[in-house]
Design a protein around this ligand. Structure first.
Ligand SMILES: [Fe+2]
Ligand SMILES: [Fe+2]
Length: 209
C-alpha cells in the first residue's frame, strides 16, 4: 500500500486530503473561530486521548517490538501537543473545560471489529487511529487556512503537519503486521464508513470533529 510522504499529503487537493471522502463543511471554521476556548479545550482532550490510546496499544501488544518502538515516541509527542494547547488556553486567560462526550470517536468505535481474530482487532484499532489522525489533520488544515489570526494559522499548521505524519505511521504499522491487500481493502471500508459518520454529525464550532 502506498503511504505518501507528509509533503505529498499536504500538497494534495484539500478536498481529497488523505483519502477522506467527505471534506469538512466550510461553515465549520467560522463557527470554530467564534468559540476558541471550547475548541482549544476539545483539541486538548483529543491530544490527551491520542497519547492514552498509544499507551493502551503498547500495553495490549508488548511482544510487537516494532509497534512498541514506533508508538513510544508518539506518546510523548501527543502529550507535548496536549501541553501546547493547554498553554495556549492559559496564555489567553482561558480555562481547560471539562471533557465532553466524543460522538465522532464513539461512532467510529462502533465499527471496530470486536470479537474473533486478534489480528483483525489490531488492524481495526490501528486504522481507527489512522482515520482520526487523518480527519484531525484535515480539520487543522482548514483552521490553518481559514482563520484570520496569523498566529493561530501557524499554530494549527504545526499540528496539521504532525498529525499527517501520524496518519502514515499507523497505516505503515498496520502493513507491518497484516497483509497489504487486507489493510488496503479494510481501509477503504473505514473511509466509506467515516464519510457516513461525518454526514450525520451536526456541524458545531466547539468540537474538533
Ligand atoms: Fe497530536
Ligand atoms: Fe497524532
Amino acid at each position: 500500500m502506498e503511504v505518501k510522504s507528509v509533503v505529498e499529503v499536504l500538497s494534495e487537493d484539500t478536498k481529497n486530503i488523505l483519502g477522506l471522502q467527505l471534506p469538512t463543511d466550510p461553515r465549520w471554521v467560522d463557527l470554530a473561530s467564534l468559540s476558541l476556548e471550547a475548541i482549544l479545550t476539545d483539541h486538548a482532550y483529543c491530544e490527551q486521548k491520542a497519547a492514552l490510546t498509544c499507551i493502551s496499544l503498547i500495553q495490549k501488544n508488548p511482544d510487537k517490538t516494532e509497534l512498541v518502538q514506533q508508538l513510544a515516541p508518539i506518546v510523548s509527542e501527543e502529550w507535548g501537543h496536549f501541553r501546547l494547547v493547554v498553554n495556549e488556553l492559559h496564555k489567553r486567560n482561558m480555562v481547560l473545560g471539562k471533557q465532553r462526550k466524543d460522538a465522532y470517536v464513539n461512532r467510529l468505535l462502533e465499527f471496530q471489529c470486536k470479537g474473533g481474530n486478534p489480528d483483525d482487532r489490531l488492524l481495526d484499532q490501528l486504522l481507527t487511529m489512522a482515520l482520526i489522525e487523518a480527519r484531525s489533520c484535515e480539520r487543522f488544515k482548514r483552521l490553518s487556512e481559514g482563520l484570520t489570526d496569523t498566529y493561530l494559522r501557524k499554530f494549527y499548521r504545526r499540528f496539521m503537519e504532525s498529525e499527517a505524519g501520524h496518519y502514515t505511521l499507523f497505516i505503515r504499522l498496520a502493513t507491518t503486521y497484516m497483509p497489504e491487500k487486507k489493510v488496503r481493502s479494510r481501509w477503504k471500508e473505514w473511509l466509506t464508513f467515516e464519510a457516513g459518520v461525518m454526514e450525520e454529525m451536526e456541524v458545531r464550532g466547539d468540537r474538533i470533529h
